[in-house]
Write a protein that binds this ligand. Structure first.
Ligand SMILES: [Zn+2]
Length: 341
């Protein structure tokens, strides 16, 4: 088989629950700010999720990850009307496909005190089952000090990091001040576009999502530890790398792709097991100057922990056509439920 090999790639910030969002009905009015995008689009979608839709969404997201050579997903989940057991549904779906996943449930006060408590309980229940986990939190804008304290307290009890959106838009620019003194090296800080200070933890940079939401460019090169995520828009990390490089270049014409290449590989610090995974690519060399300018590089074979989970015919453990058919059917159910909200 021709083509270079590499270790597995890591999607450092994903929302598997939004895999079925493509083609969803338009919001009641056109959002004009980031908080309106959350309210009119994403918080309408997540409230319509049930566990059957969560499962179909995770299965499709896991298949699409494998098809892009991504062997590990760091997921950030929200399904406010189906919280209990949701992380098991996601972890089981990924295990079926053969993809590694680190789960968390996004704690928030936007669905009341009971919603926040149920989110904390789901994080705790799942983490104590021994499966890879962060403690999840939405963003400082929807967390009271008490709830933020509870998130930090639970993470300390579990010896886990916290996975949270930080200063994604101007509306959350105060996050640095709220989190200063609370974060530690094992935290995963998504976006940090408007973060006004360095904080301990890994920054997950999501270039396509930031463009899609028009939140600005966070100049991630100013931070020490940066990994790449997709924020729910697929799991093609080579594409995300090329975009991260293009944005870096737009900001500084002397930028070289080796910087974004380091970000791409820093995901392995979050899921070190990917060093055991082997991806054989359709192209060689797998090198920053080549991948930054070569579209359509795909894996021909993916081995995870010694098991071949994708070969020239596609995923080996599941039937991708059946997963896509089920996803289409569940997407229609999801859109109908969104209309009823
Ligand atoms: Zn996100």
């Amino acid at each position: 088989m021709t083509g270079a090999t590499s270790a597995g790639l890591v999607n450092a910030h994903h929302h598997l629950y939004s895999t079925l969002a493509r083609g969803m009905p338009a919001p009641s009015r056109t959002p004009t700010t980031f908080p309106e995008i959350l309210e009119l689009v994403w918080w309408r979608l997540d409230r319509a999720l049930d566990l059957e839709i969560v499962r179909a969404s995770a299965l499709l997201g896991a298949v699409e990850a494998l098809e892009a050579g991504t062997t590990a997903i760091v997921d950030h989940h929200s399904s406010p009307n189906a919280i209990d057991g949701s992380l098991d549904v996601i972890a089981d779906a990924c295990a079926e496909v053969g993809v590694r996943v680190v789960c968390c449930y996004e704690v928030t006060d936007r669905n009341g005190l009971d919603g926040a408590k149920a989110g904390l309980a789901e994080n705790e229940r799942f983490a104590r089952s021994g499966r890879p986990a962060f403690v999840g939190a939405h963003a400082c804008t929807t967390l009271s000090d008490d709830t933020l304290d509870a998130v930090c307290g639970l993470a300390a009890d579990l010896s886990a990091g916290v996975h949270i959106h930080v200063a994604e838009a101007v509306s959350d620019a105060g996050a640095g001040a709220r989190l200063d003194g609370r974060t530690s090296d094992d935290w995963l800080l998504a976006h940090c576009v408007h973060l006004d200070r360095p904080l301990p933890g890994t920054i997950a940079h999501n270039p396509r999502s930031n463009l899609n939401n028009a939140v600005g460019y966070g100049r991630p090169a100013r931070f020490e530890r940066v990994a790449l995520g997709t924020d729910g828009i697929g799991s093609d990390l080579f594409e995300e790398f090329a975009l991260a490089y293009a944005l870096h270049r737009d900001d500084d014409v002397t930028a070289v792709p080796s910087v974004a290449w380091e970000w791409l590989h820093a995901g392995a610090d979050l899921v070190p097991e990917v060093a055991d995974d082997v991806v054989t690519w359709s192209y060689e060399p797998i090198d920053p100057w080549h991948i930054a300018y070569t579209p359509g590089v795909r894996p021909r074979r993916v081995e995870i922990a010694g098991d071949c989970v994708l070969d020239e015919d596609g995923p080996t453990r599941v039937d991708p056509a059946a997963i896509r058919a089920k996803a289409r059917e569940q997407a229609q159910r999801l859109f109908a439920r969104m209309d009823d909200l």
